[in-house]
Ligand binder design. Structure first.
Ligand SMILES: [Zn+2]
Length: 201
């Protein structure tokens, strides 16, 4: 969780674990964390003008509703309404990679470009497309989901249900797994795949 002023200068940052597995308990834990964060930064908070939550999900940033998350069952989660009710502050919700592309357009490397694409490989794989200075959402609001393009018909199963998506090859966990496979193959007497630890290596 981070606190920025309107020039995007970082004023404060804290990390919170959100291990919850249902929509209700996740919202409760998130709101408790936000309240705690606001309390902790009262001295720097002259006027809180907005709260924004970004997450890996199928989200409508205009209506402020989340329709799908990869690892939690979601039922039309009206997160923006709930945030505004609880904290009485203008609130936004957005897809993490598309929001990052917009942030780069406003304050980062692509601030001189009206059109840009940001591709991110992390826990998942995706892209955020900026056209004429705005996030390009497309008809279904999910343009840029390149992580679920099938690249290997016989590949591993993806959390979306399909097999061999780009994300099963080009995301942090998949890359770590592949490196472990190669290392255990190269040094079979020293390493077993189960106890392969990238950090230790
Ligand atoms: Zn997939």
């Amino acid at each position: 969780m981070t606190l920025y002023d309107i020039s995007a200068k970082l004023l404060g940052e804290e990390h919170y674990l959100l291990p919850e597995r249902t929509q209700e308990t996740l919202e409760n834990t998130l709101f408790t964390a936000i309240a705690h964060f606001i309390d902790n930064h009262q001295r720097k908070l002259h006027e809180l003008i907005a709260i924004a939550v970004t997450l890996t999900s199928l989200v409508d940033p205009v209506l402020g509703i989340i329709y799908y998350m990869p690892h939690i069952s979601i039922n039309n989660w009206a997160l923006v309404d709930n945030l505004q009710q609880r904290f009485n502050v203008t609130s936004f919700v957005g897809h993490d990679i598309r929001s990052m592309a917009l942030a780069k357009h406003y304050f980062g490397d692509t601030c001189d470009c009206e059109d840009s694409i940001l591709v991110r490989l992390h826990r998942d794989t995706g892209a955020g497309i900026i056209v004429n200075g705005k996030v390009f959402l497309g008809n279904n609001g999910n343009v840029g989901e390149i992580g679920h393009i099938q690249i290997d018909l016989l590949g591993e199963r993806c959390h979306c249900g399909n097999f061999g998506c780009l994300e099963t090859v080009a995301a942090s966990a998949a890359i770590e797994h592949r490196v472990c496979q190669l290392l255990t193959h190269a040094y079979p007497s020293k390493l077993k795949l189960d106890d392969c630890n990238i950090n230790a290596i």
